[in-house]
Design a protein around this ligand. Structure first.
Ligand SMILES: [Zn+2]
Length: 287
């Protein structure tokens, strides 16, 4: 490690139940991606700490969602793994917000960004980022937060819950399908063509990071969906190397205070490469 380099502290939050009990379309990638971190030696690095989450408290879900929503999630059979997924994001956010880590990568078994106050779809059950924000604010943290959602599906649930919050900047890179609640003074929606490639994506990332920089958040959540890869199920036609480049650009703008939240994506080979590259960038010595 170069003497002038700054050592980064990165938390990886993982629980085997994400692979065992997660939503079927999402869970096949979980164990291979985690194994990739081991194979690359990332979990042995001094800079990287592995932590296991506990389920989020139910009352955090009750603060974010309606009673009818929660009853519906219970009937879906994914309530417990959704609480554990939210617990993963809460743990990562607390470690980063308290300064114990520069960045976190939070695995999940269900996604969160399509879970609104009173509705859920698209493999999302509880809004993990919104629940983490409730928790942080109770502790006097997370007063000013940005959410950069690069899952190619529009983060309608997060917009529904946080879109009017003046202390939250919500930025979506999405495939042109803007749903309800896309307005609001702090919101920025960057629509790309359905078949957008790396160059268009990274151009939008630069615009997004400029906006986040102007907002000057205490904490940046990155809603990280790799369903944007050309081999995966969502829009965009991104290639293998783009997630490393994305993570590098985020790190150049925000060397600390970043919480990655795993979102859409199904293909194990895509997840291995994408998540491995992101954690590798986070754990590398900063220039
Ligand atoms: Zn998606």
């Amino acid at each position: 490690m170069p003497a002038e380099g700054k050592r980064c502290k990165v938390i990886v939050v993982y629980h085997p139940d994400f692979a065992a009990q997660g939503y079927p379309a999402l869970r096949e990638r979980i164990a291979p991606a985690f194994e990739e971190l081991r194979t690359r030696g990332l979990l042995d690095k001094e800079e990287v700490s592995l932590m296991e989450p506990r389920p989020a408290e139910e009352e955090l879900a009750e603060e974010v969602h309606t009673e009818g929503h929660i009853q519906g999630v219970k009937r879906s059979g994914y309530y417990q793994v959704a609480l554990l997924s939210a617990g993963s994001v809460i743990l990562g956010a607390e470690e980063v917000a308290s300064g114990k880590a520069d960045a976190a990568f939070c695995f999940t078994g269900t996604a969160g960004h399509h879970a609104s106050r009173d509705g859920f779809w698209g493999f999302c059950y509880l809004n993990d980022v919104a629940m983490a924000l409730v928790r942080l604010r109770r502790e006097g943290r997370g007063r000013r937060v940005a959410i950069l959602d690069i899952d190619p599906h529009f983060g309608d649930g997060t917009r529904d819950i946080l879109g009017e919050d003046p202390k939250v900047l919500h930025v979506n890179l999405h495939s042109g399908y803007v749903m309800r609640g896309s307005g609001g003074s702090n919101n920025l929606d960057l629509a790309l063509f359905h078949d957008a490639g790396d160059a268009q994506f990274l151009h939008a990332v630069d615009r997004a990071l400029e906006a986040v920089g102007r907002f000057r958040p205490e904490l940046l959540f990155v809603v990280f969906g790799h369903d944007s890869h050309r081999d995966d199920y969502g829009a965009f036609e991104l290639s293998d190397g783009v997630y490393r480049e994305f993570a590098l650009r985020v790190k150049r703008s925000f060397p600390s205070g970043v919480v990655y939240v795993l979102s859409g994506g199904a293909r194990p080979h895509v997840a291995r490469r994408a998540i491995g590259d992101v954690v590798e960038v986070l754990a590398a010595t900063s220039p």
